[in-house]
Design a protein around this ligand. Structure first.
Ligand code: 3HC
Length: 744
């Protein structure tokens, strides 16, 4: 039976208000349940049901069914915890009820604890207490898992005395991805259910398993292709017929000596691989406690470890990322009523590395795509390159020959822009030169079908100037992929003034179909990512001239958590790219230019900032480059000095944050979190540092502003002076996160 959510009273025994923290009369107990003469399979209560905010109650004979309905994903916030605790208490005490089924609506059974509550003062009922109440219920409680049972959601299910899952359900303990470990019994109950040797790797990976696999592992008792609630009711009845329910806390049969031994081998391996991850180490300790301590002590240990991790800045950063990655879906000024245009066929112009990668992204997503070049030889080269990449995946075993053939068949090579006529979206990935782009867009204007999205993959150029070459600026925007485009997740969707909202929504929706992380950004040189990267590149140059050496700069950044430093990255991408771009803009960079003038373009020439003998992929220090840098310092009258790692980091990262603040001021990025998502998915910023803007908040904007002022004074470079927004927030004692809260 369903009463309207939030309805205030339903007569009968409900005299008090039922919502959080409010009073209920004692005689309410059990009144929501039907008598034995219920008519339908899920007969509604006729009287006295006290409505709850997040749980609906019905009865099937003597089985009470509590259906969780707490959109969007049934997270275990305080309201749901309260309502579930009440359900268990009342139904457990009701003599007319012999068993309870916990079911749910929507795509998740329960998506876990409410991540937004972490770090705030806990409000009872606490999740471990609710879970304890479920397990201690004298009547069997069965979970009917129709969707994702994750984190605290699976922990609720583990406290139940039986678990029935629909075939589409997934189950997992993903806390590790938030820098945590399960904190409501998962590390103690899962090993008791399936053994520590199976539980540990599952929790360590954080990856959910499908229902079938969960059955195989013994996590669920039954998987049904039919009605999961009906199956759970039948299961609950069968359990009730057996008497007092068995509790996982009492089970020890899986905790054998052999299991402990196997777990310790896995734990030793994990320590080698993840010794620097505090949550991985905490997980080992917690799972070990399942073997070595009585249940309640193990539970207490798990809770203490979990609580410490919640306060760890690394987990805070990962939680920030979790929400930022979801917030990007909200495009400022565009409501959910704006729907994407249909995209069933695409065209990519330019069969170079970038165009080829973009075409592969379409093929990988099952979308037919025409790959267009000016000449047959160019398109043949492009197709050969694509075929070779797919072949490599087949050799590595990550792609079947059949899938390779399917994907290749989705890519149609063509010569001439007329081949774009059928496409719903055209992505131009031609030479990075305004006149080239304008020529292409003016020709596209003549051939593309009405309503087709015309996108440029430009990294820096002005989209409205490109759009001006067409008669349909409302359909022209930027879709900035990152290399290799078939691999990298980030997609900057550049939204110039004048573009139609549904064109933007189409690009975002398409980005998701391609498996990308699309972030909408404003139009402006380098958009968000590359503009901030340029701030770091300039900082690298300043550091080298001032006294640091390439390996020192790189080591500071890899120590911070990047996979690569700026010098190694430039060597990998090709130093000539930046050189060409600087020349076209009349810019210079003494060290970087000199390295290019010597023909040292990076890995492809065997030397750049570093030496790469015999095709090595990791560079070695190059005495010639170091001498060259020394000479440049001398020519500029700079007395070289050494820098600490802290100083190097500050000089590399503070200017990026400053640029980020300007980007926010100009509205090029809507939220600080958008910038963080861009740097995480496109530039390898370590997730546990939360992104540049989150990192700046952890350092303190007053500190960053002071350091920038000092750098500006020392170098005479006014671009290093704190941006007005940064200065303002610093003066108010605020962080970028406060800005986000204000905008929301
Ligand atoms: N807490 C709070 N909000 C959550 C949440 C959670 N656990 N899980 C999802 N949400 C919110 C999202 O922020 C988003 O909000 P928005 O619409 O306002 O932006 C909304 O729910 C929908 O989320 P998604 O966009 O991710 O929806 P999908 O359908 O793509 O995915 C999902 C659904 C698979 C359930 C996915 O949301 C997910 O993986 N959620 C997190 C699961 C998780 O990490 N659980 C563990 C939590 S920690 C825990 O339980 C600790 C315990 O051991 C004590």
């Amino acid at each position: 039976m369903v009463l309207p959510r939030g309805s205030s009273g339903s007569g009968g025994a409900l005299r008090g208000r039922s919502r959080r923290g409010l009073r209920l009369d004692k005689d309410w107990s059990g009144a929501f349940l039907l008598g034995p003469k219920s008519t339908g399979p899920m007969a509604p209560a006729k009287q006295g049901y006290a409505p709850m905010e997040t749980v609906r109650l019905a009865r099937h004979g003597e089985v009470a069914i509590a259906t969780i309905d707490n959109p969007p994903v049934n997270a275990l916030g305080q309201a749901l915890r309260t309502d579930l605790a009440r359900t268990i208490a009342e139904a457990g005490a009701d003599p007319a009820v012999s068993a309870i089924v916990i079911a749910a609506t929507g795509r998740a059974f329960i998506a876990g604890a409410d991540i937004g509550e972490f770090g705030k003062p806990p409000v009872p009922p606490l999740l471990p207490d609710l879970i304890d109440a479920i397990e201690s219920c004298p009547k069997p409680v069965v979970a009917a898992i129709q969707g994702a049972a994750l984190g605290g959601g699976l922990e609720v299910a583990l406290a139940c005395h039986g678990r029935v899952a629909s075939a589409a359900a997934v189950l997992g303990l993903p806390e590790i991805k938030l820098g945590l470990i399960p904190g409501a019994g998962g590390t103690q109950r899962l090993p008791r259910l399936i053994g520590a040797a199976k539980a540990f790797p599952m929790i360590l990976s954080g990856e959910p398993v499908a229902a079938g696999k969960a059955l195989e592992l013994g996590i669920v008792d039954e998987v049904t292709a039919g009605d999961v609630v009906a199956a759970a009711v039948a299961y609950a009845r069968a359990l009730a017929a057996k008497g007092a329910p068995a509790r996982l806390r009492d089970r020890t049969d899986r905790l054998t000596a052999a299991d402990r031994e196997a777990f310790e081998v896995l734990a030793a391996d994990a320590t080698k691989k993840s010794g620097d991850m505090p949550n991985a180490m905490a997980l080992i300790e917690a799972v070990r406690a399942a073997h070595s301590l009585p249940f309640t002590e193990g539970l207490a240990k798990e809770r203490a470890l979990f609580t410490a991790l919640v306060a760890d800045p690394r987990s805070k950063a990962l939680r920030h990322v979790f929400f930022a990655e979801r917030e990007i879906a909200r495009i400022p000024g565009i409501g959910s009523e704006v729907k994407p245009r249909l995209v069933s066929r695409a065209a990519v112009i330019g069969a170079g590395t970038m165009g080829g990668g973009i075409a592969m992204s379409f093929a990988n997503a099952g979308i037919p795509v025409t790959l267009i070049e000016q000449q047959q030889a160019q398109v043949d080269n492009g197709m050969n390159r694509i075929a070779a990449i797919y072949e490599m995946s087949v050799t590595r075993g990550s792609l079947t020959p059949q899938k390779r053939d399917e994907r290749l068949a989705l890519i149609t090579p063509a010569v001439g822009l007329a081949a774009a006529a059928e496409a719903d979206i055209v992505i131009e990935a031609a030479f990075e030169e305004m006149s080239v782009k304008q020529q292409i867009f003016s020709e596209l204007d003549a051939v593309a079908k009405p309503g087709a999205i015309l996108a440029s993959n430009t990294s820096y150029l002005d989209i409205p100037t490109i759009a001006a070459a067409t008669t349909r600026p409302q359909d022209v925007l930027g879709m900035h992929f990152f290399s290799p485009a078939n691999v990298m997740k980030l997609l900057e969707v550049v939204r110039p003034d004048g573009v139609a909202d549904d064109a933007v929504v189409t690009a975002v929706a398409l980005g998701r179909r391609l498996g990308k992380v699309p972030v909408v950004v404003g139009n402006g040189f380098g958009f968000v990512g590359n503009r901030m990267l340029e701030a770091r590149t300039r900082a690298t140059e300043r550091l080298l001239v001032a006294g640091a050496l390439p390996h020192e700069v790189d080591t500071a950044l890899t120590g911070f958590g990047f996979k690569m430093g700026p010098c190694a990255m430039a060597d990998l991408a090709g130093n000539d790219i930046g050189w060409r771009s600087r020349k076209s803009r009349g810019k210079t960079a003494a060290v970087a230019d000199a390295i290019c003038e010597a023909g040292w373009f990076g890995q492809k020439t065997g030397r750049g900032y570093f030496l790469y003998p015999e095709g090595a992929r990791t560079g070695q220090r190059d005495p010639e480059v170091e001498a060259l840098i020394g000479r440049i310092s001398q020519e500029q009258g700079v007395t070289r000095r050494s820098f600490t790692t802290e100083e190097i980091l500050s000089r590399l990262l503070d200017p990026m944050v400053n640029e980020g603040a300007r980007i926010l001021e100009e509205g090029i990025a809507a939220r600080p979190g958008d910038i963080d998502v861009i740097w995480l998915n496109g530039y390898n910023w370590p997730a546990w540092r939360g992104g540049p803007m989150h990192w700046a908040d952890t350092v303190g904007l007053d500190v960053i502003a002071r350091r920038l002022e000092a750098q500006a004074a020392e170098t005479g470079d006014r671009s290093l002076e704190p941006a007005p927004l940064l200065r303002k927030l610093a003066a108010e004692g605020k962080g970028f996160a406060d800005l986000k809260a204000k905008a929301a």
